[in-house]
Design a protein around this ligand. Structure first.
Ligand SMILES: Nc1nc2c(c(=O)[nH]1)N[C@H]1C(S)=C(S)[C@@H](COP(=O)(O)O)O[C@H]1N2
Ligand SMILES: [Mo]
Length: 332
């Protein structure tokens, strides 16, 4: 039954409907070997998938060696036009496809991720390529807290306090060469931990990128904590990007490598659906996604819709980055 029913670009990254979930689960099962396919033929696709997750050891809570660093001092330059989304909502409503496509899957499954040792590779066009343990990185650069909005391409939004490292500080510390034009970032790759990375419908590991100008803009932020604590696994521990003027899929989680490159990296979502998820992905209410409007967003945790703002409300900080690039598809 290894039939490819729908091309990958037809899998919507939108609010999960039961159908959407079922579709992705079928894809996942089709990706497996004979056992999974047999289970599917027996009409047990769902049960089969859950068995894979259940087979894991129950989570042993690990003490996080970075816990003592938080909370960190807030940088008051970044203000919100809305309430902070309740932490409990953020903990249970996530996109982290490595752990499943339902919003509740990451909270259930990401416990399998081991956060130590965690090595971050810095390579490509840099003075000296190196590998740094996350705790050494956390000591090397000052941490601060920022209140940021977040806007998923699926037309929901939230707001939260991130803790972390301004990306421009990280880039200066990494010492890229003048020839670097982009920074490419990758998430860990381990199908033993994240079974969905066996799915052939995406090019794993999750890859994202920013131009050097974007990465060194004041807003680009490498979050290592949230809500005054170390980042929870389902939110992309131990280090993830927060690029609040772009659709959420740009904000790659659980990063293991930063590579400074000359060529624009091929991102996971761009590879999966180039007509729906571009490289730039700047938020713009006037440019609809090919399958839905971006004019409004659902405010997570509040029974409310709000108009979407250009650059998600951060035009003042980032609009200048795109002068001279008007010919590019900046808003998808
Ligand atoms: N590695 C990885 N990073 C990822 C994703 C993912 O599936 N895998 N999803 C992205 C999307 S679509 C969004 S909206 C945000 C969600 O972050 P949150 O779950 O912390 O709200 O993470 C982004 N980063
Ligand atoms: Mo998203």
């Amino acid at each position: 039954m290894l039939i490819r029913r729908t091309p990958s670009w037809a899998i919507p990254e939108r609010e999960a409907t039961p159908e959407h979930v079922a579709l992705n689960r079928r894809h996942f099962m089709a990706a497996g070997a004979g056992v999974a396919a047999a289970a599917f033929e027996a009409g047990e696709a769902r049960a089969g998938l859950f068995d894979i997750f259940k087979a894991k050891e129950p989570p042993k809570p690990e003490p996080d060696p970075s816990a003592g660093l938080y909370p960190v001092k807030r940088n008051d330059a970044y203000r919100l036009d809305r309430a902070v989304t309740p932490e409990a909502i953020n903990l249970g409503y996530n996109n982290f496809y490595e752990f499943g496509t339902d919003k509740s899957d990451p909270a259930q499954n990401a416990h399998a991720l081991r956060l130590r040792p965690w090595t971050v590779k810095i390579g490509g066009l840099v003075e000296t390529p190196r590998e740094v343990g996350i705790d050494d990185l956390l000591k090397a650069l000052p941490l601060e807290e920022r209140l940021y909005r977040h806007r998923c391409v699926e037309a929901w939004g939230m707001a939260l306090p991130w803790s972390g490292i301004p990306m421009k500080d990280f880039v200066a510390w990494a010492k890229p060469l003048g020839s670097a034009k982009y920074v490419a970032m990758k998430t860990f790759l381990d199908t033993g931990v994240a079974p969905y990375q066996a799915s052939p419908y995406y090019e794993w590991p999750y890859t994202e990128g920013l131009t050097m100008a974007e990465a060194t803009n004041e807003l680009a932020f490498l979050a290592t904590g949230a809500y005054g604590k170390p980042l929870p696994k389902q939110m992309g521990a131990p280090i993830r990007l927060a690029a609040p003027w772009k659709y959420g899929f740009k904000s790659i989680k659980s990063i293991v490598s930063f590579e400074f490159v000359e060529k624009r990296p091929r991102t996971l979502w761009e590879a999966a659906g180039p007509s729906e998820y571009g490289f730039w992905a700047n938020v713009n209410p006037q440019v609809p996604h090919p399958r839905w409007s971006q004019a409004q967003e659902r405010v997570l945790g509040a029974n409310e819709r709000r108009p979407t703002l250009l650059f998600n409300g951060y035009a003042e900080q980032v609009a200048g980055l795109y002068k001279g690039l008007e010919g590019e598809k900046l808003y998808m």
